[in-house]
Design a protein around this ligand. Structure first.
Ligand SMILES: *Cc1c(COP(=O)(O)O)cnc(C)c1O
Length: 390
């Protein structure tokens, strides 16, 4: 391997700009309507409905608000039970906690941070109302099995597709398989508007109510289509729609979606090829992308052997100007929920929380920089070897 030296620091993430964002924002401003559901919001809705076949796509202010909308649409009530992985971001659970639900946490798989669908059925009770899944790193959960359970017990299925834009299960777009799919356009996701989200509504019968909930419980959307001659308060709701300025930014990113994905996948592959020999030798493990799933390169991670080894690696990379990060403190043992959790151990969740490490991945990260990061990881494990603590 050639010796690459890098003079500047490599951040974990850097927002990518296509160059069109400010032009479109200017256009939105010129059009004289910058509140929600303007020109660019409609362009984004059409883009998603056409490209991914969502029955209805509605931009939201975040994935968090899309999840909150889905909890209202699923009519989650006090004491309903909702099954979801513990290894996820708090928003996945919060949306349902806000409606008074009890969260029943499931463990992750042995070979993937996704929910272990072999053990969902034993968590289902009379009170279970919904299953919420997270397609971790944009790699699909085992959907045949999960869809079958949802239908057998007549449960709502909600996809937290925050990582999963432009990724597929057996050729079907993620976010379109459950009743609802919630996407994120937060700065750290593949496609971004700073803060932003999308709710995909896959069953026609929820479409109208979704519009109302998103518009403060009013039938304003129907009014603007000329379907009613005045609008008023018809249901519960909140303000879940983003300004057209955000949508203008997002639309610029959507136009470059293929190029963004191409670049990210190239970086992901370079990491994978470069780190595979060490992984084959047993120093750590790498992501598994099963044949039924695609890889949208949302994030690149390695699973270290222990919490201690991960911390040593983070420190070593940091000393070499590379920022790597870990994530998801288990929700079942969080300060907020541990007293409400039923006490089951979730060992895979704990292992990912302790051992998973994410490497820098963003458009504009150069092949040379990736090479440098790989080289530093190799150096780190050479040193581990020479201390005999492999
Ligand atoms: C980022 C993320 C969210 C929250 O998305 P926001 O758009 O920031 O609200 C929810 N769930 C998962 C799995 C995420 O990674």
């Amino acid at each position: 391997m050639s010796n690459v030296s890098i003079s500047r620091k490599i951040p974990f993430n850097r927002p990518f700009l296509t160059g069109k964002e400010l032009t479109y924002i200017q256009e939105a401003v010129n059009l004289g309507k910058i509140s929600g559901d303007g020109f660019f919001t409609k362009k984004c809705h059409e883009f998603f409905q056409k490209k991914y076949g969502f029955n209805k796509a509605l931009l939201t202010t975040s994935c968090t608000s899309a999840l909150e909308m889905s909890a209202i649409l699923a009519e989650i009530r006090v004491d309903d039970e909702v099954i979801m992985p513990s290894y996820t971001f708090p928003s996945t659970a919060n949306a349902f906690v806000l409606r008074g639900a009890k969260i029943v946490f499931a463990d992750s798989c042995d070979d993937s941070p996704n929910i272990d669908s072999d053990h969902i059925e034993e968590l289902i009770t009379e009170k279970t109302k919904a299953i919420v899944i997270v397609h971790y790193a944009g790699v699909a959960c085992k959907m045949d099995q999960i869809l079958q359970l949802a239908s057998k017990y007549q449960l709502f299925l909600i996809e937290d597709a925050a990582h999963a834009i432009d990724s597929y299960y057996k050729g079907i777009p993620l976010g379109s398989l459950g009743h609802f799919g919630a996407f994120s356009f937060h700065e750290t996701k593949n496609i971004s508007s700073g803060e932003g989200g999308l709710l995909a509504i896959n069953d026609e019968k929820f479409a109208l109510r979704a519009e109302i909930i998103r518009e403060k419980g009013t039938n304003r959307s129907a009014f603007f289509r000329g379907e009613v001659n005045k609008y008023g308060w018809v249901d519960m709701g909140s303000s879940f729609l983003p300004s057209d300025i955000n949508a203008a930014f997002l639309y610029a990113q959507l136009e470059s979606l293929d190029e963004i994905q191409r670049q990210r996948v190239a970086i992901w592959r370079q990491y994978y090829e470069g780190l595979k020999p060490l992984s084959d030798a047993g120093y750590f493990s790498l992501p598994v992308v099963p044949p039924y799933a695609t890889n949208n390169a949302h994030l690149f991670y390695m699973i270290c052997r222990s919490l201690e080894q991960r911390q040593l690696l983070i420190d070593f990379l940091k000393r070499n100007g590379i920022l790597s990060v870990f994530h998801y403190l288990p929700l079942h043992s969080s300060e907020f929920y541990r007293h409400k959790h039923d006490g089951r151990n979730l060992p895979n969740c704990d292992r990912y929380s302790d051992c998973l490490l994410r490497l820098p991945l963003y458009c504009g990260l150069s092949g040379e920089e990736v090479e440098y990061i790989i080289q530093k990881i190799v150096e780190f494990y050479d040193a581990v070897d020479s201390f005999g603590s492999k």
